[in-house]
Design a protein around this ligand. Structure first.
Ligand code: GDP
Length: 299
């Protein structure tokens, strides 16, 4: 909790400081509630959540003196209530060998890094891990995944630059089955500039893999960069249509004042949130906790 709290300090300062600014030595009235609502919208919680929280804060408190601490607590409670239903750890079904995790997200969201971090966690639990460099267009992405593979001691399946991602995923799955690997993590391309291409490639990866094992992928995670703000909602929509997202990972919560976007996403999509990224390091991945998150972003 402390680590995440440190990670989220900027969000904290923003919302917490904002609440202090609005409610210090003031009675609660329409104007202060409007200010609160604006603050919440500015923190990316979305219009609906902001309105609902402002309403909850206003309930039974009109014309009363309130303290920033009291308001912070109510806001945190409301946020926690929205996030609680989506707090779900990523469960690895050990009967699947391999358990296949397809990692999706736009370029730069933190896919490769998150694969490395998840791989490291699984290795630490004693599981065998294989990585597949499915973002075949970016040589740098393949190289970066290889670096992670070496670092965590996991084999990396790769093909030549521009090679067929679906073929690679198929071969990686075949190899993982043969070697009895516990978990196969597959990286994918994230060129959102060309939506049609991206869709076609992701769909093909899934379709081809299913020829070998119709149950795969067992989990399809979408990695979202918290600093992209409202655009993250579009990404959930698009990747959801293409790949059937089963869960979310939100990264870069150490570098943003906008952790509130997760509240908007939770309200709109209700998808499980498995973990959060709070830095570039191998240990900077944490299980998602609604309670801790809500308290961290409100200060
Ligand atoms: P990909 O293109 O989606 O594979 O993204 P990468 O994994 O290459 O990450 C893009 C950049 O974001 C890299 O410089 C990562 O080190 C950085 N990054 C990834 N996750 C986090 C995070 O949780 N916090 C911070 N501060 N940086 C991150």
């Amino acid at each position: 909790f402390q680590r995440m709290k440190e990670g989220l300090t900027r969000s904290t300062k923003n919302l917490s400081g904002g609440i202090t600014g609005i409610f210090t030595k003031k009675k609660l009235d329409r104007a202060t509630l409007d200010e609160l609502e604006e603050l919440l919208i500015g923190a990316d919680l979305g219009l609906d959540a902001a309105a609902a929280i402002a309403e909850a804060v206003g309930k039974d408190r009109y014309d009363k003196e309130v303290s920033p601490e009291e308001i912070r607590k109510i806001v945190a409670d409301e946020i926690a209530e929205v996030l609680k239903p989506v707090e779900k750890p990523l469960e690895i079904d050990a009967t699947k060998k391999p358990f296949v995790i397809l990692m999706t997200g736009v370029n730069g969201a933190g896919k490769t890094t998150t694969i490395g971090k998840i791989g490291a966690t699984l290795k630490a639990e004693g599981k065998s891990v294989m990585l597949a460099a499915g973002d075949t267009f970016r040589a740098a992405a393949v190289e970066q995944l290889k670096v992670w593979g070496t670092r965590i001691g996991a084999p990396v399946c790769a093909t030549k630059t521009g090679g067929d991602a679906a073929g690679l995923a198929y071969e990686a799955l075949a190899r993982a089955k043969e070697e009895g690997t516990d978990v196969l993590l597959i990286d994918t391309a994230g060129r959102l500039q060309n939506k049609a291409d991206l869709m076609a490639e992701l769909e093909k990866v899934i379709r081809v893999m299913r020829k070998l094992d119709p149950e795969t992928p067992h989990a399809t995670l979408l990695v979202l960069d918290a600093t992209t703000g409202q655009n993250a909602l579009n990404q959930v929509e698009i990747f959801g249509q293409v790949a059937g997202i089963t869960g979310l990972v939100m990264t870069k919560l150490d570098g943003t004042a906008r952790g509130g976007i997760l509240v908007a996403i939770a309200r709109k999509f209700g998808l499980p949130v498995h973990m959060i990224g709070v830095g570039e390091g191998i240990d900077d991945l944490q299980p998602f906790s609604a309670e801790a998150y809500a308290r961290a972003i409100t200060g």
